[in-house]
Design a protein around this ligand. Structure first.
Ligand code: NAD
Ligand code: WQD
Length: 342
């Protein structure tokens, strides 16, 4: 019988792509999402891609009783992939308690149920934000974490610590934290992708919305960084590649390959691109003109970061495969589809 995987936040951006990869690998998926940052129609599009409609339960995972009742109802779950969280850095500065309650509360409720209902495995969405501005680049898993720049970033560091401590106290619990670098792009079918509410905070959705005519121009935040062209550098990882890393992490745990019952891995490409390089690549690959201007640096931004992926590549047997160009083309195809553009 197919193994059942609980995907929390499965109608969201990264979750929906991961549900597709899981289903294509033959896993049976149940999604829990409260739709606070995603739409129910995502289920239709997952079904269009895979031919299978995942089971879906709508509730808030920070509610302990509801989470417990869910595990009573679904008694065959083999593993959890926990995406559900609030993720807007700026909003977390305004509403820190909401972020701590939602992100840490949901994780703790799930961990508690893992023990109670004997669900041993969890993959957790962490972030390269835990490294802050590293002293040495690229960052390996041994690179020290730095104090978080925002309450959001802090929830990721604290959630990692909660899992580490819980795994230490409970040998039967097995967790893998994946530290994503900057996820971008969309599914090659253009049926699922990133759909930010309101004005996008992140670079690629801002670019595609500007190209689609929803925004007048892109503001590039700073050109006086210590980089070749003065704009900041990130490691942009294709969302489908990222989704596949989750399937590999699930396989690792289900097949008893983990070296420790708490592990963490960088998930990036190993290459850094500047904002300007990314903008130029977008213009080249899409042929669309993009208005942009240079403005001041954005508060809290780091100058440059990219991953050393050696450890993850070797241990997980996973590697990012897609090029920046095809990833940007996929983001544009998705934006055009959403806006009904040719
Ligand atoms: P997203 O907002 O698209 O997806 C998160 C989903 O979780 C949403 O569908 C939302 O409705 C749901 N959700 C939030 N709180 C919930 C709760 N209490 N109960 C039930 N559902 C809840 O975000 P995403 O970009 O897909 O990110 C997924 C995960 O990856 C998050 O944990 C995020 O912090 C982490 N992450 C994202 C990025 C990024 O740049 N997108 C980078 C690093 C880490
Ligand atoms: C990328 C680069 C901006 C928008 C954030 C979170 C991080 C992680 C991923 C979850 C930066 C520049 C952006 C714009 C710009 N999320 N930029 N104009 O800041 O690396 O990371 O998302 O864990 O925690 O902080 O991503 O896409 O916002 O920015 O010039 O309109 O693009 O300054 O250099 P970031 P981003």
């Amino acid at each position: 019988m197919a193994k059942q995987i609980l995907v929390t936040g499965g109608t969201g951006y990264i979750g929906s792509h991961t549900v597709v990869e899981l289903q294509e690998r033959g896993f049976d998926v149940v999604i829990v999402d409260n739709l606070s940052n995603s739409q129910i129609e995502v289920l239709d599009n997952i079904e269009k891609i895979t031919g299978i409609r995942p089971a879906f339960e709508q509730f808030d995972l920070s509610e302990r009783d509801l989470t417990d009742a869910f595990f009573k109802k679904y008694s065959d779950i083999a593993a959890i992939i926990h995406f559900a969280a609030f993720k807007a850095v700026g909003e977390s500065v305004q509403k820190p308690l909401e972020y701590y309650r939602n992100n840490m509360g949901s994780l703790m409720n799930l961990l508690e149920c893992m023990n109670k209902y004997q669900v041993p495995h969890m993959v957790f969405s962490s972030s390269c934000t835990v490294y802050g501005q590293p002293d040495v680049l690229p960052v390996t898993e041994q690179t020290p974490r730095k104090e978080a720049e925002s309450p959001y970033g802090n929830t990721k560091a604290i959630c990692e610590d909660i899992m580490r401590d819980y795994c230490k106290a409970n040998e039967a619990i097995n967790c893998i934290a994946l530290r994503y670098f900057n996820p971008i792009g969309a599914h090659p079918t253009a049926l699922i992708g990133e759909l930010p509410v309101g004005v996008p905070n992140n670079l690629v959705p801002f670019i595609t919305q500007t190209a689609a005519g929803l925004r007048d121009e892109l503001s590039i935040f700073g050109d006086d960084y210590d980089t070749e062209d003065g704009t900041a550098i990130r490691d942009y990882i294709n969302v489908v590649d990222l989704a596949k890393a989750h399937v590999v992490a699930i396989d690792r745990m289900l097949n008893g390959k983990s070296k420790d019952n708490y592990e963490y891995f960088n998930v990036g490409t190993g290459s850094g691109y500047s904002v300007m390089q990314l903008v130029k690549a977008f213009i080249k690959v899409t042929g669309v003109n993009l208005n942009y201007k240079i403005v001041d640096r954005r508060a809290g931004d780091i100058e440059k970061i990219w991953a050393d992926t050696t450890y993850g590549n070797n241990e997980l047997g996973w590697k990012a495969e897609k090029t920046l160009e095809e990833t940007l083309a996929s983001a544009w195809a998705w934006e055009k589809n959403v806006r009904g553009l040719k």
